[in-house]
Design a protein around this ligand. Structure first.
Ligand SMILES: NC(=O)C1=CN([C@@H]2O[C@H](COP(=O)(O)OP(=O)(O)OC[C@H]3O[C@@H](n4cnc5c(N)ncnc54)[C@H](OP(=O)(O)O)[C@@H]3O)[C@@H](O)[C@H]2O)C=CC1
Ligand SMILES: Nc1nc2c(c(=O)[nH]1)N=C([C@H](O)[C@@H](O)CO)CN2
Length: 235
């Protein structure tokens, strides 16, 4: 078997679209999921190794690393996509919120990168770690303070790990702003959000997929952040 790509949080939305993209390209996949969405059956039926993990649970990392290591001797790439878009307004326990945000967005990628690097280095080619961050990592967000700080920490990991693992492993961030709305987003929110970027569109998952493919196919980009944000920084 060709070395698989590991995607965290691959059972819905962007992660699922990315998984479907790689399935169509016959790229072997490992996907983690927390909630057993119907998509898990679809992915498993197409040969994807689906591993249930809630990164808030104790020993989640050790269990995942063991299962991945049992399944494959090498990895082609890791895409850290799993994320929780939580905010201070809905989480008055700011102590717990800060810890939760830092755990899922920074500690989990950090620990997985440290533990799974040998599997990436076991591949016969240059491999990749890709962190999915967020435009607010550079700008901040008054409504998602802990979330934005944790994504900034994740973005910083790209530079540290790029220096640590070169030239065997390239490490980069993909930093989106709006990609796809959530089902509960109302028309007023959508209109307000679309005005935040120069392009003014909801671009869809294909923009993130194209950015990830660009990084996977480069032999030279590392330690960098690919902004996929419709020119939001210029509004
Ligand atoms: N959607 C957008 O427009 C934007 C997205 N991004 C980033 O892109 C990435 C994908 O976004 P999107 O698809 O909207 O993400 P989602 O909000 O749909 O979440 C992605 C996945 O993360 C999983 N997850 C969350 N918490 C945990 C946990 N504790 N343990 C295991 N898995 C967990 C979820 O599992 P479960 O199914 O159980 O909920 C879900 O499947 C994220 O990193 C996000 O921050 C950045 C900017 C814009
Ligand atoms: N884990 C998630 N992170 C983010 C989401 C999301 O749905 N899940 N959504 C956004 C928004 O699209 C924002 O970019 C514009 O309102 C940000 N991060």
């Amino acid at each position: 078997m060709e070395a698989p790509i590991l995607i965290t949080g691959g059972a819905q939305r962007i992660g699922l679209a990315l998984a479907r993209h790689f399935i169509a390209a016959n790229v072997p996949l490992i996907v983690t999921y927390r909630t057993r969405h119907n998509s898990v059956e679809e992915l498993a039926a197409q040969g994807v190794k689906c591993i249930q993990v809630d990164f808030n649970e104790p020993n989640a990392i050790d269990k995942l690393v063991h299962q991945v290591s049992e399944y494959t001797p090498a990895l082609r790439a890791i895409v850290h996509n799993a994320s929780s878009w939580d905010c201070e307004k809905l989480n008055p326990n700011h102590d717990a919120l800060f810890d939760d945000m830092m755990r899922i967005h920074a500690k989990v990628p950090y620990l997985l990168n440290m533990a799974l690097a040998p599997l990436l280095q076991a591949s016969q080619e240059v491999t990749d770690i890709i962190h999915i961050t967020d435009y607010v990592a550079e700008k901040g967000s008054p409504k998602h303070i802990a979330y934005a700080a944790s994504k900034a920490a994740l973005d910083n990991l790209s530079r540290s790990f790029a220096a640590k693992y070169a030239p065997d492993i390239k490490v980069n961030s993909v930093s989106p702003s709006l990609i796809i709305f959530n089902e509960h987003d109302d028309e007023a929110y959508k209109a307000k959000t679309l005005k935040k970027s120069l392009m003014g569109i909801e671009p869809g998952c294909k923009e993130v997929i194209a950015s990830i493919e660009l990084l996977l196919n480069s032999n030279y980009i590392t330690g960098r952040t690919l902004a996929v944000d419709g020119g939001r920084h210029l509004k």
